[in-house]
Structures are given as structure tokens and as C-alpha cells.
Design a binder for this molecule. Structure first.
Ligand code: HEM
Length: 101
């Protein structure tokens, strides 16, 4: 059972030592990933506490990047705050497939 967060809650995690982002309907804590991101920390920090869905897609990230993203998932958006986006569902499935033992 995933933790449920509102966009407002996510907005509070907006610094380089506490950095959450939204991608689709899911919430990610990417604090530990900031300084290893191949595209740099700075660009991620522009979306800290916010919604990085369009930015992530506009760069044309690889499947590797999508699988990587799944590792940082900490929960899902509250029903009222969802954007019903399809790709994160794929990620969630991939995560179950790759990381279940
Ligand atoms: C937090 C989730 C993210 C993950 C896991 C991630 C992962 C990656 C990975 C693995 C690459 C290497 C190329 C590839 O495999 O596609 C990459 C490149 C890149 N990412 Fe991200 N990324 C994330 C978010 C973002 C966001 C929100 C942006 C904002 C636009 C962004 C911008 C870029 C750029 C510009 C590059 C190209 C760097 C270059 O080739 O010089 N990324 N990212």
C-alpha cells in the first residue's frame, strides 16, 4: 500500500537536502539522486517540490532513466490531485517486475 501525498505536501520538500518531485501521479524522493543525475542537479532543483512530468518527457529520457526513477518512488498523489497519467503505471509495473524478490 503506497503512501498518499497531496501536491501541497510535496511542495514542502523543495531543497537540495530534501527534494521530492511529482511525475505523473507518483511522488519521488530524489534527494540521493540529485548529484548523480546525468543531466545535473541544477535542472532537477528547478522542479524540487513540484511537478516534473512535462520536463522529464520533453528531454526524451531512456527506458533506463524510467527504471531508475522507479527506485525513488515513495508514494502516490491524493485522488483529488492526480492527473491520470499513463506512463507511471508502466513504471510501477516495471518496478514490481524488477525489484520483487
Ligand atoms: C528524477 C527523475 C529523473 C531521472 C531518474 C533522470 C535520469 C536521467 C538519465 C539516466 C539520464 C541519461 C540519459 C538517459 O538515460 O535518458 C538523464 C539525462 C538528462 N536529464 Fe534526467 N532524469 C530525471 C529527471 C529529469 C528532469 C526533471 C529533467 C528536466 C528537464 C531532466 C533533464 C535531463 C537532461 C537535460 C539530460 C541530458 C543530459 C545530457 O545528455 O547532457 N532529468 N536523466
Amino acid at each position: 500500500m503506497s503512501a498518499i501525498f497531496t501536491r501541497k505536501e510535496v511542495n514542502m520538500h523543495c531543497s537540495d537536502d530534501d527534494c521530492w518531485i511529482i511525475y505523473g501521479d507518483y511522488v519521488y524522493d530524489i534527494t540521493d539522486f540529485l548529484y548523480t543525475h546525468p543531466g545535473g542537479a541544477e535542472i532537477l532543483l528547478e522542479y524540487a517540490g513540484g511537478d516534473a512530468t512535462d520536463a522529464f518527457e520533453s528531454v526524451g529520457h531512456s527506458i533506463d532513466a524510467r527504471v531508475m526513477l522507479a527506485k525513488y518512488e515513495i508514494g502516490i498523489l491524493h485522488d483529488d490531485d492526480r492527473s491520470t497519467f499513463i506512463i507511471p503505471q508502466f513504471i510501477s509495473q516495471a518496478k514490481k517486475f524488477l525489484f520483487s524478490s
